[in-house]
Design a protein around this ligand. Structure first.
Ligand code: HDE
Length: 701
């Protein structure tokens, strides 16, 4: 065997590389630190060949090296999450900027200036772990704070309300939205019969449907999503006095969304769109950041509201109870290992430090059971809290729970019960309950005996849906109505569609009519609501359009170049985009790049066919005359332009690129900018979408 040092990629320290008898590349190592071993530490001599009876004979059962490797591989997967299976995560910190000591004794919320490590997982809800990132769906926004007083898991969503009021309906909701039971499709999509059948029969879902059909459900990036605790919680101060609280996360980059047509196309072009965006932003030092805010209200203030704050289908408009910003969260480190961290992280709404407590919200109450239970089936043992990502940090963890599958802790001493007189405080087995500093529940009087009933205070299913719809801008209302038309167009059962539209009639007669017209069906009369909806004061805070900051931060500009392209224009665009914190990406017909007008080679970040404009927030076409002529016959180039125009993106172009714009049907508007020393105009247009263009490129409901 020939031996040659250092050949092959990823060669371990002091490892030798050599060619095997069959000509295949091997690597070897002869030191204890670097050599390959079995799981039990036995050094392995050959990682290429199994042990056989003769060189062409059968494999021997005796080959424990092979068996161990294959067996471990066979068991690599664990059950995926029943909901929120597809997710991406990052490490970071939470910094409290304003103490809430008056309302809570939780250190994480009362020690201003203190930083707490966090691990955050974002997710879709309906799709499996291998589904795509951009379907229309609610997004999970789960934060694990490793506080000094144990873990606090704020397991929220990017939408502040939910489909149902009582946890007992959750399995029904999820069965209805997931792929249909007999056919196994559609994957990661709510546009199908069973989901809308459930929705039509459950009017309480109407408010959430408004949000799920809004652009919030097709976010541009995890970094551009709001987060909400959804359920109402309580804070308890040093005297155990309770204050109701709603938790909010607000992204520094503003809340931004994709267009529906764009989201659909991204699913094909880049299924990992959000995962890659988060990973690459953090790797580049562009750390995503959110403000953390609370809405606080006393029992008396809650009682005075015209809705029940224990009902998770309602929100408290900011205009009624302002959000007090008390902290910020920065995500600054990618996980080292997807499985160990992102997959094995177990969020539990029951993880709360002293000073934070639950409310009687019947949705939350069911969640308090479900998450612990699901971890047992997913992670397989009661000891899942010992997995590093789940372990409490910054505080001692000690109790008398023992043994169980995968116990990794070697407990010492005889005292594994309490009370005991064998162990002193500080010794193993010597830990005791702390009545003053420990977790206590709010003292809430219970007014009735056992009862299986939905409170009358939950019966108004439409006022908040109306509030949301009517508070939107016209653009957002049109998107929302169009989304319902799209989804109901995929529904095959007439009675299901009719029932949904009949319910929409209680939200807003105009909305119901828009949807019926969009489907070209007769408008059914409104259904009979349990309680007649009321008009509430509009809440402009519920909008997205017109609210996000005008900046290129977090945005990407795709610069399509050809041979002979003007180097000065390319440089000017790249410099201007960089200067504003955007990401400039060179796209060329071939990945090796192009030769610019000055004879220099410019390498491409992406090949045109694999880098469609849906992956960028704005595009620049820096084409030479000949280059443009060649692209006129290239469908990928035409799509690049056509989709950017249709998705309301700024388009900057050289004069020589005009024939491509014309062939793609681009009509000049303020977002289409011919370069002539005016790069600043292009950058200004690239900071947002060209909403004014929309009526000309899309028929909306
Ligand atoms: Fe969850 N939910 N959920 N949920 N949920 C789970 O726990 C459940 C609800 C949310 O990134 C499961 O570990 C019930 C509301 C997020 O790992 C499960 C009910 C909100 C995540 C579960 C709800 C959420 C989950 C599945 C109705 C927003 C992903 C796997 C009573 C406040 C966390 C798991 C992660 C995950 C149950 C409703 C958020 C089955 C019974 C409302 C972000 O335990």
């Amino acid at each position: 065997m020939a031996t040659s040092k250092g050949r092959g990629r990823g060669t371990a320290k002091s490892a030798d590389t050599f060619l095997g008898a069959g000509g295949e590349l091997h690597q070897s190592s002869d030191t204890a630190e670097t050599r390959l071993t079995t799981n039990h530490g036995v050094p392995i001599s050959d990682n290429q060949n199994s042990l056989k009876g003769g060189r062409r004979g059968p494999t021997l059962l005796e080959d424990f090296v092979l068996r161990e490797k294959i067996q471990h591989f066979d068991h690599e997967r664990i059950p995926e999450r029943i909901v929120h299976a597809r997710g991406s995560a990052a490490h970071g910190f939470f910094e409290l900027t304003d103490s809430l000591a008056d309302v809570t004794r939780a250190k994480v919320l009362s020690e201003a200036g203190a930083k707490t490590e966090v691990f955050v997982r974002f997710s879709t809800v309906a799709g499996g772990a291998g589904s795509v990132d951009t379907p229309r769906d609610v997004r999970g926004f789960a934060v694990k704070f490793y506080t000094k007083e144990g873990n606090w898991d704020l397991v929220g969503n990017n939408i502040p309300v939910f489909f149902i009021q009582d946890a007992i309906k959750f399995p029904d909701l999820i069965h209805a939205v997931k792929m249909e039971a007999d056919r196994g499709y559609p994957q990661a999509a709510s546009a199908h019969d069973t989901f809308w059948d459930f929705v039509g029969l459950m009017p309480e879902s109407t408010h959430m449907i408004m949000w799920a059909m809004s652009d919030r459900a097709i976010p541009r990036s995890f970094r551009m999503m709001e987060g909400f605790g959804v359920n109402t919680f309580r804070l308890l101060n040093a005297d155990d006095e309770p204050t109701f609280v709603k938790f909010h996360w607000r992204p520094k980059l503003g809340t931004q969304s994709t267009c529906w047509d764009e989201a659909v196309k991204i699913a094909g072009a880049e299924p990992d769109y959000h995962r890659r965006d988060l990973y690459e932003a953090i790797a580049a030092g562009d750390f995503p950041e959110w403000e953390f805010g609370v809405q606080l209200l006393s029992q008396a203030e809650a009682d005075a509201l015209p809705f029940d704050i224990l009902d998770a289908t309602k929100l408290i408009p900011e205009e009624m109870v302002p959000i007090r910003v008390v902290g910020r969260m920065v995500l600054d480190r990618n996980p080292d290992n997807f499985f160990a961290e992102t997959e094995q992280v177990a969020f539990l709404p029951t993880n709360m430090p002293p000073g934070i407590d639950v409310s009687e919200d019947p949705l939350l109450q069911g969640r308090l059971f479900s998450y612990q239970d699901t971890q047992l089936s997913r992670l397989g043992t009661v000891n899942f809290h010992q997995i590093p990502i789940n372990r409490a940090k910054g505080c001692p963890f000690q109790n008398l729970q023992r043994d169980g599958q995968m116990q990794t802790h070697v407990f010492k001493g005889r005292a594994n019960y309490e009370p005991n007189s064998l162990a002193e405080a500080g010794e193993p087995g010597g830990s005791r309950a702390d009545p003053a500093g420990g977790f206590r529940s709010a003292k809430i009087p219970l007014d009735e005996g056992k009862i299986r009933l939905r409170s009358e205070s939950f019966a108004d299913h439409y006022s908040h849906a109306r509030l949301f719809y009517r508070s939107q801008t016209e653009i957002e209302q049109a998107h929302l109505a169009s989304a319902i038309v799209f989804e109901l167009s995929k529904v095959t059962l007439d009675h299901v569609r009719d029932r949904v539209i009949a319910n929409l009639g209680n939200v807003d007669a105009g909305l119901a009519e828009r949807v019926a017209t969009g489907l070209n069906i007769d408008l059914p009369s409104p259904s009979k609501p349990a309680i007649a909806p009321k008009d509430m004061e509009m809440s402009p805070a519920l909008r997205i359009v017109g609210k996000y900051p005008a900046t290129l931060k977090g945005r990407a500009v795709g610069i399509l170049v050809t041979d002979g392209a003007d180097n000065a224009t390319v440089d000017a665009v790249v410099t201007a985009v960089d200067a504003e914190g955007g990401k400039a990406k060179i796209v060329a017909p071939k990945i090796g790049g192009v030769t610019l007008k000055n004879g220099k080679t410019l390498k491409a970040d992406g090949q045109l066919a694999g880098s469609p404009s849906v992956l960028f927030d704005a595009i620049a076409l820096v084409l030479s005359k000949d280059g443009c002529a060649q692209l006129l016959n290239d469908g990928a180039a035409l799509d690049f332009v056509l989709n950017a125009f249709g998705h309301l993106k700024a388009i900057g172009h050289t004069a020589d690129a005009k024939p491509l714009l014309d062939k793609a049907g681009v009509i000049a508007d303020p977002g289409v900018i011919q370069f002539a020393g005016n790069i600043a105009d292009f950058v200004a247009a690239a900071r947002t979408r060209q909403w004014g263009r929309e009526p000309g490129v899309r028929t909306l409901a």
